[in-house]
Design a binder for this molecule. Structure first.
Ligand SMILES: [Zn+2]
Length: 380
C-alpha cells in the first residue's frame, strides 16, 4: 500500500512537471517577442514588423522548441498567414534565435538563447548596406547576429519589398535568399508555362549541375529527392565549361521513371549580371564585402523579373523519353548530357587518372621494348 502511494506520487510529480517545461518554451518565445517590440519601439500587430526564428528546428538539451513559435506569435501578432513569421530551417544543434525586423526604419534586433541570452542590434536597411558596404562588413566579420547575418539580411530585405509566399517558403528551407535560389523560383515558374503538368503528372528532375535553385524547385514543385522527384548529379569543372549556364533536365511524367516529355533548360547568368549591373567576379570574393553585396544587389534586382522567367530561362532542347531512357538518365555513373549527345566522352575522360595511367604504361612499355631491341642488336 505504501509503495503504491510512493509510485503514484512520483508519477504525479512527473506529469505535473511536463506542462511546466512546455510552458517554458512558450514563455521563451513570448518574452523574446516582448523584448523585440520594446527594442524596435513598435506595437503588436504593426504591419512593418517581421519575425524570423529557427524555433521548432533548434533543440535545447534535446528538448523541442516548437512552442516558442506560438509564444512569439502571441506577443508580436506576427503569423504564418500574415506572411510575417518566417521559420528559418537550421540543424537542431544551432542555438534558438529570433530576429525582429522593422521595415520602415530598417532596425533589427537579434535575440539568441544558447542557453544564456544574447541580444544585438543593427540597421539592416538594404539601401544603407548597399551604399555603405564597408560599415556592414565590419558587423558581418564580428558576427553581430552570431553567423545568421546573411540569412536575416537577405530574407528581411526581400520580404520588405513584397517577396511572394512561395519564395519565402523556399527561403525558409534554404535559410537565406540568393540569386541562385531566385533562379530556381524562376525555373519553376517557367515550367508552369512551358512544360505544364496535366492531371496525374509530376516532374522528375535531373539537377545537373546542382546549385541553390534546387531547394526552391523542391519546395515549388514538390519534386523532392526522397520521392525520386530529383536526382542530383554534379559536373566536373571542364564539363560545366562545355555546358555553360545549363540548369538541368526537367521530365514530365505520369509514372515514376515512366515515359515522358523532357526539356533541357539554361539560366542566363551573364544577362542577369548585366541587367543588375553586378560584376560576376564579386560572387567569389569572400575576403571583402563583395560576396554578400553582389548577392543582395542581384536579389533586389531580380525581384522585378519574378513573373518574367523567360528573360533568363530558356529551353535548349525538348524531346520524348521512353521509360528505359528516362530511368537510365537518373542512374549513377551515367552522365545525362553525354547520353543525350550534348558532350562527348572525351570530356569525361580528359585529365582523368585512368588516362594518365595508360599514358605512363605506354611510355614504360616503349622504354622496355627499346631497351630489349638495343640489347639484342648489340649482342649480334
Ligand atoms: Zn543560396
Amino acid at each position: 500500500m505504501r509503495w503504491r502511494i510512493i509510485v503514484s506520487s512520483i508519477l504525479c510529480l512527473i506529469l505535473a512537471a511536463l506542462p511546466v517545461y512546455a510552458m517554458d518554451m512558450y514563455s521563451v518565445g513570448y518574452d523574446a517577442g516582448k523584448k523585440g517590440l520594446e527594442y524596435l519601439n513598435i506595437s503588436k500587430g504593426d504591419p512593418n514588423l517581421l519575425v524570423l526564428t529557427n524555433a521548432g528546428y533548434s533543440t535545447i538539451e534535446s528538448e523541442e522548441t516548437v512552442l516558442a513559435i506560438d509564444g512569439v506569435s502571441d506577443s508580436t501578432g506576427c503569423t504564418i498567414g500574415k506572411e510575417n513569421l518566417i521559420l528559418v530551417h537550421n540543424n537542431e544543434l544551432k542555438p534558438l534565435w529570433f530576429a525582429f525586423f522593422r521595415k520602415d526604419t530598417g532596425d533589427c534586433v537579434y535575440i539568441e538563447y544558447s542557453p544564456e541570452e544574447y541580444i544585438s542590434k543593427g540597421n539592416i536597411k538594404a539601401e544603407l548596406l548597399l551604399n555603405n558596404p564597408e560599415e556592414w562588413q565590419k558587423k558581418m566579420k564580428s558576427k553581430v547576429f552570431h553567423g545568421n547575418e546573411f540569412s536575416i539580411v537577405t530574407i528581411s530585405s526581400l520580404w520588405a519589398i513584397g517577396a511572394p509566399y512561395h519564395l519565402l517558403k523556399s527561403a525558409e528551407f534554404h535559410n537565406h535568399i540568393c540569386p541562385g535560389l531566385i533562379s530556381g523560383y524562376m525555373i519553376a515558374k517557367y515550367l508552369e508555362k512551358n512544360l505544364p503538368l496535366r492531371k496525374g503528372e509530376k516532374y522528375q528532375i535531373i539537377a545537373s549541375p546542382p546549385w541553390c535553385k534546387d531547394d526552391a524547385i523542391q519546395i515549388m514543385l514538390d519534386s523532392t529527392v526522397g520521392k525520386r522527384g530529383m536526382s542530383v548529379k554534379q559536373l566536373s569543372k571542364l564539363q560545366q565549361k562545355s555546358l555553360p549556364n545549363f540548369a538541368g533536365i526537367y521530365i514530365r511524367t505520369s509514372k515514376t521513371y515512366g515515359e515522358g516529355d523532357a526539356a533541357v533548360l539554361k539560366f542566363d547568368w551573364d544577362k542577369a549580371a548585366k541587367l543588375c549591373d553586378v560584376n560576376r567576379s564579386y560572387f567569389k570574393d569572400f575576403k571583402s564585402y563583395k560576396w554578400w553585396w553582389a548577392r543582395l544587389k542581384m536579389n533586389i534586382c531580380l525581384m522585378s523579373y519574378l513573373d518574367k522567367p523567360e528573360e533568363f530561362v530558356s529551353t535548349v532542347k525538348t524531346f520524348h523519353l521512353s521509360a528505359d531512357q528516362h530511368y537510365k538518365l537518373h542512374t549513377a555513373g551515367v552522365n545525362p548530357y553525354e547520353e543525350l549527345g550534348f558532350i562527348k566522352g572525351y570530356i569525361k575522360e580528359k585529365g582523368s587518372s585512368w588516362t594518365w595511367t595508360w599514358i605512363c604504361a605506354g611510355i614504360c612499355a616503349g622504354l622496355v621494348v627499346g631497351f630489349l631491341v638495343g640489347y639484342f642488336l648489340k649482342r649480334r
